[in-house]
Each structure stands twice: as C-alpha cells, then as structure tokens.
Design a protein around this ligand. Structure first.
Ligand code: IPE
Ligand code: IPE
Ligand code: MG
Length: 266
C-alpha cells in the first residue's frame, strides 16, 4: 500500500467512473479449493489468508476507504470442532503476524460480531488491534468475526427497547436511524459493493440491514484464487451498474431517500 501523501492513484479502476466507497467480501470456497486439490479443508483456509492479504493490499492501492471481510459467521460454529478451532487459530495468527504491517500502512482495524464463545485471548488481541489502529485513516478494515446479521439486528432492537424501558427514549422515537445507530459499527457507511466468491449467490447472514442498496457481484473463483484480475472484474461490474436507490436514474432528490446518497464520482 502506498503512503497517503501521494497525489492520485497509479491504479485507476477498470472502466471506472465510480469506485465503491465500501466493499464487503464474502470469502467463500476455501474448502472446495482444497478438495479440488486433494488437500484438507484447513489448507484452503490457510491459503485463504494469503488471498485476504492480497485483497487488502489491492483495496489499499485503489484507495478503497472501507473493506469488510466475512471471516467467521455465527453459523460457522456448526462445523466440526477441529475446523472451528483452526479458524480461530487463523484469526489469532493473522492479528499477531499482520497487525504491525496493517498499522504501518495506516489501516484502522475494526471487528464486528459477537464475543460469545470467542476465546479470551482472541478478544484481547481484537481489543489490542482496534486500540492500536484507532487513529489510522488510510483504510478501515472491518473484520466480521463471529458475525451474524440477524443477531446484530436482534441485539440492536433489544438495546433500544432497554433504553425505552429505562425511560431514556420513547418508543415512537425508534426509527431507521436509531436502529442503524445500534448496530455494531454505526459509523461505517453502508456497503456499495458486495463480492462473493465461489459461485454461491446468497448473503449467508452478512450485512443484511446495511446491504439494502448494495450491488452484488458473484465470482466463480474460490477464495484462495482471488487476485487482482478478480478484483478488477468486480470493480468493472460495479462501475457498469446503474444505482437508483428507488428513484429515477440520475435524479435522486433529497427528502425520502432515507439518507441514501447517489455517488457522483470516485
Ligand atoms: C469460506 O470457505 C471460509 C469460511 C466460511 C470461514 P468455506 O470453508 O465456506 O469453503 P466451502 O464453501 O466449504 O468451499
Ligand atoms: C459464509 O460462508 C461465511 C463466511 C464466508 C465466513 P459459508 O460457507 O459459511 O456460507 P453457506 O453455509 O454456504 O451459506
Ligand atoms: Mg462456504
């Protein structure tokens, strides 16, 4: 990643008039990548971390301000204990090995998700990563770990109801902004583009509230094969989309857009 003092970017997006401000990635297909090579699933996960490093670097080169990666879902606990343990270990090693470099590149790290069942030493590492990188401004890397959108929304609803019960808010004050504000990372803008690798065309409980007007790109490659060409393909597809936000093309007016803004260039 370059330093931020440099003017402009050496990496114009392919056919880009518009670059996404926030990209979410559902890194899928590690197991299938490994199975296709006769390797154990965990080898796919190990190689998936290398693809993740690539993706972060490319996003940095393109000056994408926000990147959210889906690392572990609340449903992934249903996998065999051995695989779950391996995935926990990968996050542990990722933070230990990569935090200094991320920090050096001006990346702010945020982790969204539940802390329930997460080993205490990983929680400590997450806290350390967030505290160390809090002031960084080149890019925000949001790691969705032990994350589930339904749980996030249910927790947000419960917190608001508790505020009402304590008399801190009236029930009729609960609106979309309040609900948004009660999510894990209310300061992060909604994703513009969600990429999922490995051909599956579903959200799997990822950012369901935030992705209301996201564009979706589904790539056939398995996650360990994700590279710059794949990234560019996703950006090119995004640039070719017409985002309307419920309005008519090019004439999104104020008022009833629920805070959504049409992007007017990169
Ligand atoms: C994505 O790869 C990584 C995680 C879900 C943690 P998978 O492990 O889901 O790989 P496939 O989908 O079984 O191939
Ligand atoms: C989504 O992938 C979760 C992550 C990428 C972390 P899954 O592989 O768990 O999703 P499903 O089970 O195919 O829907
Ligand atoms: Mg999968």
């Amino acid at each position: 990643m370059r330093d931020d003092n440099k003017q402009g970017s050496d990496f114009p997006a392919p056919e880009a008039g518009v670059m996404p401000r926030h990209i979410g990635i559902i890194m899928d297909g590690n197991g299938r990548w490994a199975a296709a090579r006769g390797l154990p699933r965990v080898e796919g996960h190990r190689r998936g971390v290398e693809a993740l490093r690539r993706a972060i670097r490319i996003a940095g080169d393109y000056r994408i301000p926000f990147l959210t990666i889906y690392a572990f879902s609340t449903e992934n606990w249903r996998r065999p204990a051995q695989e779950v343990t391996y995935l926990m270990g990968l996050l542990r090693r990722f933070i230990r090995n990569d935090l200094a470099e991320l920090h050096g590149n001006g990346v702010r790290v945020r982790v969204i998700g539940s802390r329930e069942n997460v080993p205490p030493d990983i929680i400590a590492l997450i806290d350390e990563a967030e505290a160390m990188t809090r002031g960084n401004a080149n890019m925000t890397l949001v790691v969705a770990f032990n994350y589930g959108s339904r749980q996030e929304i249910a927790d947000a609803a419960r917190r608001l109801v508790e505020m009402v019960a304590r008399g801190e808010m009236r029930a009729d004050e609960i609106d979309m902004d309040r609900l948004s504000g009660a999510m894990f990372a209310p300061d992060i803008p909604d994703p513009d583009l969600i990429i999922r690798t490995s051909g599956e065309q579903r959200l799997s409980n990822f950012l369901m509230w935030q992705a209301a007007y996201a564009e979706f790109v589904f790539l056939p490659q398995h996650w360990p094969d994700f590279d710059k060409a794949a990234f560019d393909q996703a950006l090119a597809q995004f640039a070719a989309r017409e985002r309307r936000f419920g309005a008519l093309p090019g004439v999104v007016t104020g008022g009833a857009t629920n805070g959504l803004k049409v992007m007017t260039g990169s």
